[in-house]
Design a binder for this molecule. Structure first.
Ligand SMILES: Cc1cc2nc3c(=O)[nH]c(=O)nc-3n(C[C@H](O)[C@H](O)[C@H](O)COP(=O)(O)OP(=O)(O)OC[C@H]3O[C@@H](n4cnc5c(N)ncnc54)[C@H](O)[C@@H]3O)c2cc1C
Length: 477
């Protein structure tokens, strides 16, 4: 039986001035590594440094002129707060004015191409082959998710399952797939309302993990506290989740996304049941931990001990978290304590502390734990590389890899790839309409990943100047 709280349960946008200067942020991250706030950085603490320089514009030599200009243009647009703040509304107005086709013609060569791999398998394969040549591995993501009040019904969830099975097939069958990964959103397969109800029940009564495993096995389970209809929907959802896991095990690692705190405990419970069933000898199913949450450190510790007690391998996707603004607004509205750390610095400290804890677990028991350091934050990436070296973790055995989003911080991804690290890009695909909510979030995220994006823009400019200089000089002569 699991503990009664959502424990196992395990379960943005920032104005520029709040983010502080890049230098201040950099120092804070290095200080946050061990949780002490006294040193001025790792080197001063006598730790060896890893030569990961993310300063070299030549990382972009592999980009065509068109790709350079597009990236620069898109990041430039994202630097106007008024555009980013209202991009959801602006996009729907533009879609109404231009019509579906006109809007698609405008978006496809710009924002869509920057952040999305394509619409059909030919387009996706083309993008993936290019990435694979650069040493980057794709982690495909079907951008489907639901929030409260958007529930769509059993037929739609079945269609979503088919889309995810197709994603498993694409991830596995192509020449560009090497140790492939894909992302999965539970709310595409099970209603958010049920996830919220499960989360509430978890805070009131203990949950039997084995019962959920039996549900995955196809048994018609019934959970106390759910009515007949809800139980029936849970059984269908578990069947869908199980089908995807069965299809992917030994082929594709499935990374379950974390979403909002009001449903995360239920998502984690279901993911833990999947891990118990499918991760006996290797981590095929992974869970996501959002380090902006005050409780994230204890959730990670708990996940490690549950995995030991229940005897399964643990896969960890470590992120800072993407829903800060909405979480904060909701907590304020409901008069609850804000679940998010009070500052970016505290989130960094939490991220780096959890990173360290998982790396130590990997070094103690290689093969039982795996982690993807899913961040654009250079200092966290450097810290991970450094600790891998210090703890003597094999760089090539796949237990530690890195992840960034397609179209973001390529200078980090390409540098890591050049240094021989396993690096994945999270790659959404689908039509312009299907990926619109994702694109809006990406535009907004460009504000929170401020340091990385500013740096990427500067490096892109330098590379552009490097290419144009000879032409301008010749023209002048
Ligand atoms: C491969 C991949 C998979 C991902 N999957 C998920 C997922 O499943 N679920 C999910 O929620 N997100 C996910 N994300 C997004 C992620 O959580 C972050 O939103 C994004 O990566 C930016 O964080 P960073 O560490 O890259 O950048 P940084 O610039 O170092 O940090 C920005 C982040 O810090 C936090 N932050 C900023 N300001 C403050 C503040 N004032 N107080 C407290 N915290 C603050 C926020 O989380 C913000 O997003 C994923 C990202 C990647 C690369």
């Amino acid at each position: 039986m699991l503990g009664s709280r959502a424990r196992l349960s395990l379960p943005l946008l920032l104005p520029l001035r709040q983010m502080g200067t890049a230098a201040a942020r950099t120092e804070t991250v290095t200080r946050a590594v061990t949780g002490t706030v006294t040193g001025a950085g790792l080197r001063e603490q006598g730790l060896p440094s890893v030569p990961l320089a993310f300063e070299d514009p030549r990382a972009f030599q592999v980009k065509t002129m068109g790709e350079l200009l597009r990236a620069l243009g898109v990041f430039q647009l994202c630097s106007f707060p008024v555009l980013v703040n209202h991009c959801g509304k602006l996009m729907s107005v533009a879609r109404r004015l231009l019509g579906k086709r006109g809007f698609s013609l405008f978006l496809r060569p710009t924002v869509y191409r920057q952040f999305v791999a394509g619409e059909n398998e030919t387009e996706i394969s083309h993008s993936m082959e290019k990435m694979s040549v650069l040493g980057l591995r794709p982690m495909l993501a079907v951008p489907i998710e639901e929030d409260l009040g958007e529930s769509t019904g059993e037929k739609r969830y079945e269609d979503n399952m088919e889309a995810m099975l197709e994603c498993v097939r694409m991830s596995h069958c192509n020449a560009w797939s090497k140790d492939p990964m894909m992302q999965l959103k539970v709310t595409a397969l099970l209603s958010p309302e049920l996830c919220v109800k499960l989360t509430t029940l978890m805070s009131e009564q203990p949950f039997d993990l084995d019962l959920l495993v039996r549900g995955l096995d196809g048994e018609s389970i019934s959970l106390r506290g759910l009515d007949e209809k809800e139980n029936a929907h849970l059984v269908c959802g578990l069947r869908r989740i199980n089908r995807i896991a069965e299809e992917s095990v030994h082929k594709v690692r499935v990374l379950v996304d974390a979403e909002y705190t009001y449903m995360n405990p239920a998502l984690s419970l279901l993911t833990t049941a999947m891990m118990k069933k499918f991760n006996k000898n290797d981590a095929w199913i992974w869970n996501t931990y959002q380090c902006y949450l005050k409780e994230s450190r204890s959730l990670i510790q708990e996940a490690i001990s549950v995995s030991q007690k229940e005897g399964f391998c643990l896969g960890v996707k470590l992120v800072r978290g993407a829903y800060m603004e909405k979480e904060r607004k909701l907590a304020e509205k409901e008069g609850r304590l804000d679940p998010i750390h009070n500052s970016w610095e505290e989130t960094n400290s939490s991220y780096n502390g959890s990173l360290n804890a998982v790396l130590e677990a990997i070094s103690d028991q290689p093969g039982r734990y795996r982690i993807i350091v899913a961040t654009h934050n250079e200092e966290s990436v450097r810290l991970a590389a450094q600790r891998v070296e210090e703890l003597g973790i094999d760089r090539d055995d796949g237990s530690v890899c890195f992840g960034q989003l397609l179209g973001m911080c390529d200078h980090v991804s390409l540098t890591l790839a050049k240094e021989g690290y396993s690096i994945y890009k999270s790659v959404p695909y689908g039509s312009v309409d299907d990926t619109l909510p994702y694109l809006v979030r990406r535009a907004q995220e460009n504000r929170t990943v401020l340091q990385g994006i500013r740096k990427e823009r500067d490096l892109l400019r330098q590379e552009l100047h490097r290419r144009l200089r000879p032409r301008l000089t010749t023209a002048a002569v």
